[in-house]
Design a protein around this ligand. Structure first.
Ligand code: ADP
Ligand code: ADP
Length: 226
């Protein structure tokens, strides 16, 4: 089935900038798709519309969540380029935040936080503070915070763009392992051709003014990569 379905979606910001569209995009459940394109082509706008953080100017944004869930928001994890961690509280509390907002029970929340930290390789850093961590580790915390609600859909907006190349490559490989183990749908925004081809099953290429899809490339991957 589909995880996301955009139909004739446009976005015109209040200042008159036509950022997007019309855009049609279907993403299948479990798929890893990259949105690739130059700065300003509307990649972030597309992600924010899918996340429900912005409303489209016209068209429809369909996000298919788990049956029985009140809001689709609970099954979406969002990772930004800036880790945006709360500096005054520990890694564990940073990762716990979405569960607090969702009013999860304490025992279950503890278990979920530990699991998410293990998934990103930071189990031993639960009591550290963000300032003690490297850029790559902060990004791992941000990823754990996105995973802690066990979302079906992971939206990632140039998450590794500010990291050095080696750290970025490690995180690419770890993200691939996570994707293979967790069977989540991932939409990954990048302007790196390498990253898009390396990570995803399908690369959606966008061009600017207004943001449109100009090509779609399927990556054949008979063997697991990474
Ligand atoms: P990308 O993620 O590909 O760099 P964005 O979606 O951030 O592209 O931006 C697409 C276009 O919309 C750009 O021209 C940008 O300046 C404009 N834009 C983005 N956000 C806003 C906003 N909140 N208000 C006005 N214009 C915006
Ligand atoms: P990555 O995030 O891919 O592990 P980093 O460059 O962020 O790469 O860190 C490399 C390794 O160095 C980390 O996995 C961690 O084991 C160690 N490390 C980095 N910063 C710290 C720190 N502040 N305290 C302890 N170990 C650290």
């Amino acid at each position: 089935g589909l995880a996301v379905s955009l139909r004739a979606v446009t976005k015109v910001y209040d200042n008159g900038v036509m950022a997007l569209g019309p855009l049609d995009l279907d993403v299948t459940k479990g798929e890893f798709v990259s949105l690739l394109g130059p700065s300003g082509c509307g990649k972030s706008t597309a992600l924010r519309l899918i996340a429900g953080l912005n409303a489209p100017t016209s068209g429809t944004v369909g996000v298919f969540h788990r049956p029985g869930e009140e809001r689709a928001g609970h099954s979406i994890g969002f990772v930004f380029q800036e880790p945006t961690l709360m500096p005054w509280t520990s890694v564990r509390e940073n990762v716990r935040l979405p569960l607090k907002l969702a009013r999860a029970a304490a025992a279950e929340a503890n278990a979920r936080v530990s699991e998410a930290l293990t998934q990103v390789g930071l189990a031993e850093f639960a009591d550290a503070y963000p300032r003690e961590l490297s850029g790559g580790m902060k990004m791992r915390v941000s990823l754990a915070r996105a995973l802690v609600t066990d979302p079906d859909l992971l939206l990632m907006d140039e998450p590794f763009a500010a990291l050095d190349e080696i750290t970025r490559f490690r995180l690419n490989n770890d993200l691939l392992s996570l994707w293979r183990n967790l069977h989540k749908t991932v939409i990954f925004v990048t302007h790196s051709v390498f990253e898009s081809v390396y990570l995803s099953q399908r690369v959606v290429v966008m061009s600017a003014r207004p943001g449109r899809i100009t090509a779609e490339i399927r990556i054949d991957a008979p063997e697991p990569r990474g």
